[in-house]
Write a protein that binds this ligand. Structure first.
Ligand SMILES: [Zn+2]
Length: 283
């Protein structure tokens, strides 16, 4: 077949488009699933599960609670009992999601930068209670990334109601308000740029134990976020402040929120970025 110059130009453009399309297709073929499947699935997602820190939150037990479930959903999970993984660029670049249960403790500069870099580039992060919302207390960059910092749990353990305030978001859609008991109600300092999905109210006139001589800052009437989502660069952050006891997750609604939040956060690299910078929420 004889081609004119202009035809040659046409075909070379077509060939270029064809080759370019492979550049976009190949990663999803390697990933082993179509984009549509990825939207609601952990299948083949690479999850880095990091546990450690303050022992009273029983971080090791959380591995037994969540890792078998993550694997049953098809996730490829690596479990680490060290923060050094955050400084390992090869692992972090591959990670779709980090789940961290590490209360207090300290990160090195390299670990902190490695974690931030990964999230900024699209790795998601999911966590709960002190293991994510009270980690590395002196690290402002970390707090900026998570969107909230624990400062107190007035009254220690108590029973309280959790109110779902966003019934349209897929993480809380169709779920009802619920109660948790014998657990900590976190009072948190908040980033304004988060989408709050659930809250709890401090309703007791006093949270001091009878006979206590401590000085109380009365928080009665305060409504504090319990569950939120946010962006940090290209990465999605999901957080829930409950879970002092592993038994908290026996509350069916809480576990459902948590699983949905984990699935959502693992999607950062595959789904469009949601506009969460100016959230509409009332609490
Ligand atoms: Zn706790």
């Amino acid at each position: 077949m004889i081609l004119s110059i202009s035809n040659r130009g046409y075909f070379s453009l077509k060939t270029t488009i064809f080759l370019l399309s492979f550049l976009f297709l190949v990663p999803s073929i390697v990933h082993g699933q179509s984009r549509k499947e990825q939207v609601s699935s952990l299948k083949n997602k690479k999850v880095v599960y990091v546990w450690g820190g303050w022992k009273s939150h029983h971080p090791e037990k959380t591995v037994d609670l969540f890792v078998p479930w993550l694997r049953s959903e098809g996730a490829i999970v690596e479990v680490f009992n060290t923060l050094e993984v955050y400084a390992d660029a090869a692992v972090m670049e591959q990670a779709d999601l980090i789940i961290q249960q590490w209360t207090m403790g300290e990160m090195t500069k390299n670990q902190s930068i490695g974690l931030q870099k990964a999230i900024l580039n699209g790795t998601g992060m999911a966590g709960w209670h002190g293991g994510t919302g009270d980690s590395f207390r002196g690290n402002l960059d970390y707090q900026y990334m998570i969107g909230g910092q624990f400062v107190s749990h007035p009254g220690g353990k108590s029973e309280f109601k959790v109110k779902i305030i966003d019934r349209k978001d897929p993480i809380t859609k169709g779920l009802k308000d619920f109660y948790v008991k014998n657990t900590e109600q976190y009072y948190m300092l908040m980033d304004p740029n988060v989408k709050v999905l659930a809250t709890s109210k401090f309703i007791k006139a006093s949270y001091l134990k009878k006979g206590s001589k401590k000085i109380e800052n009365v928080v009665t009437g305060s409504v504090v976020p319990v569950v939120w989502k946010k962006n940090f660069g290209k990465g999605r952050i999901f957080y829930n402040s409950l879970g002092h006891n592993i038994e908290d997750f026996d509350v069916r609604v809480l576990m459902e929120i948590h699983k949905r939040g984990i699935r959502w956060a693992a999607e950062s690299k595959y789904s469009p970025k949601e506009d969460l910078i100016s959230p509409v929420h009332k609490y």
